[in-house]
Design a binder for this molecule. Structure first.
Ligand SMILES: [Fe+2]
Ligand SMILES: [Fe+2]
Length: 540
């Protein structure tokens, strides 16, 4: 790229309030065919400085893979007219560039991306269903909720994520136990003799100087740690974004031993590794699609019944609908009863079983080639502690043909690995991390992937069941990661994993109005399991 073009880009970045740090960042930006998505991602994430690492992080947030991977645009040709003989100029007028005429399709209502039907090649009725469940707690919960269960759950989390860090070479040296480091704190009290520890986090506070204080604890003991913001840190760096209670992190650094209690000064903080994921695909002969929806909230007065009818009509008539083999409902199918104080006045159906009956009736109208998968959420009639088991057999009998699974559920459809989680812990991520808001649930999903855990914080807003093995750890990176719960909508990509935040079928509630939150209801998200193309279909 010539200097002039770079200068042009830099002007755009400066106008957007962005500063490029270093040659490597500049080179990465120069490789992009278009920088508008990068600017948008940076602005949404409140990022101001663009180091090489920040640019990479921003690119993982860009909604479609194509947007960052397309080659440089076609060269523009320019034509000049002959010079006016009266003028002194050696060239005439420069005409508008002549390039291939590509007409951009009009922007869709809701601003959703276009899709190409050719990317959804297979009729659902031509393919047999193939579901393989890798994890579902239903019938497998062994905890008695005792202190020993809680201890073994956390030990197992620490063991699993530490192992990921070691085998993924995320640590600069072999980690030692906290007590061993403490015993040798005199020796490890300078930058030249740093050590690395891995433990569970207990967040303390940000000090006035902007340093993050937290405890790190392993099976042996806990120590106080202080983390400074490194230069060029992105807003996702824990020194700026924060940590979640009970995160597993690695810390490298040394002890500071002075007049006050010794503490551990962290020079580098390590999260589990998450490289670029290469997705599995269903075979060409099984190129059907999966549709994702959540939070239907049947029984609520704000359930959007006419829009549901519109979707059923679409299923009967639209060619894209004929490719939908699976319909995954990620929790809160009904509004439930007694979920929050005063809920009764918001209910159109006050009986829980009648709510499930009505949901069954609504789903029955889907074409018979569609296989339903139903997970519970925090409004459903199962234990709220996660992992949650599937809905009760008594509820299930209303549904003629559905696969009931727990929450979260790790499963494969034709070899494509899907992690579906209702998303209750997004409430904790909003409270715990500065980057995450209710209007950007994808940043909570990103945070879950980066720490390889769906719901780290014990004692927060997400009730957890202390299973002896912590099954909320994301042990296998999914091809598709789907959540719901906060009634937004998002389709994108994070390091090669397709990220879907499923839409709801509930209109804005009084509570959401009070908070100034605008939901994005009635959007069906469809992913083809062979091409991994996505489509978002709005019905409101
Ligand atoms: Fe919900
Ligand atoms: Fe929910």
């Amino acid at each position: 790229m010539v200097d002039e073009e770079w200068a042009n880009r830099q002007r755009q970045l400066t106008a957007a309030g962005l500063l490029v740090l270093g040659k490597a960042a500049q080179e990465r930006i120069q490789q992009l065919s278009d920088i508008s998505s990068l600017i948008e991602a940076a602005q949404r994430s409140n990022v101001v400085m663009l180091s090489e690492r920040t640019v990479e992080e921003m690119l993982t947030l860009v909604p479609t893979e194509e947007a960052i991977d397309v080659p440089q645009g076609a060269p523009r040709s320019e034509q000049a007219t002959l010079p006016d003989p009266e003028s002194q100029s050696s060239i005439g007028r420069t005409l508008a560039p002549v390039g291939p005429q590509v007409l951009a399709p009009p922007v869709r209502r809701h601003g959703l991306d276009h899709y190409n039907l050719a990317d959804f090649p297979m009729q659902a009725k031509d393919v047999d269903s193939e579901i393989e469940i890798h994890f579902d707690i239903t019938g497998n919960s062994t905890t008695e909720g005792k202190m020993g269960d809680i201890r073994s759950c956390f030990s197992d989390r620490l063991r699993q994520i530490r192992q990921m860090m070691i085998s993924g070479r995320a640590l600069p040296r072999r980690p030692i136990s906290v007590s061993e480091a403490w015993r040798n704190r005199q020796r490890h009290s300078s930058r030249d003799y740093e050590v690395t520890l891995v433990g569970l986090v207990s967040v303390d506070k940000w000090s006035k100087g902007g340093y993050l204080w937290f405890d790190v604890e392993d099976d042996s003991m806990q120590i106080r740690c202080m983390l400074k913001e490194p230069s060029g840190a992105s807003n996702f760096h824990p020194s700026l974004d924060g940590l979640m209670n009970d995160d597993v992190v690695g810390v490298s650094g040394h002890f500071v031993i002075g007049n006050r209690d010794p503490y551990f000064s962290v020079s580098d903080i390590h999260m589990p590794p998450l490289g670029r994921h290469s997705k599995s695909a269903a075979s060409e002969a099984e190129a059907v699609s999966a549709a994702f929806l959540s939070d239907v909230h049947v029984g609520s007065k704000t359930f959007l019944a006419p829009q549901w009818e519109k979707m059923i009509e679409w299923f009967r008539n639209d060619p894209l609908a004929r490719t939908v083999k699976y319909f995954v409902l990620s929790g809160d199918g009904v509004d439930g009863v007694g979920i929050y104080p005063g809920q009764e006045r918001h209910l159109a159906i006050k009986d829980l079983f009648n709510q499930y009956g009505e949901l069954a009736r609504l789903l029955e109208n889907l074409p018979d080639w569609v296989v339903l998968m139903i997970l519970p959420g925090n409004h459903d009639a199962v234990r709220p502690a996660e992992p949650q088991p599937a809905l009760d057999p008594e509820v299930q009998q209303d549904y003629s043909d559905a696969v009931f699974v727990g929450n979260p559920c790790d499963f494969s459809l034709h070899g494509v690995r899907i992690l579906s989680y209702h998303g209750k812990s997004i409430d904790d991520f909003v409270a715990g991390l500065r980057s995450v808001t209710y209007s950007s649930p994808e940043l909570a999903m990103r945070a879950m992937m980066e720490r390889r855990h769906l719901a780290p914080s014990w004692g927060g807003k997400t009730p957890l069941s202390p299973e002896p093995e912590d099954r909320m750890v994301i042990s296998t990176v999914p091809d598709i990661f789907v959540t719901g719960h906060v009634h937004g909508h998002y389709v994108g990509n994070h390091k090669g994993t397709t990220m879907v935040h499923s839409s709801t079928w509930q209109d804005q509630t009084d509570y959401q109005r009070m908070l100034g939150f605008q939901p994005k209801p009635c959007i069906l998200t469809i992913v083809n399991l062979h091409t991994h193309a996505t489509a978002s279909i709005p019905f409101a």
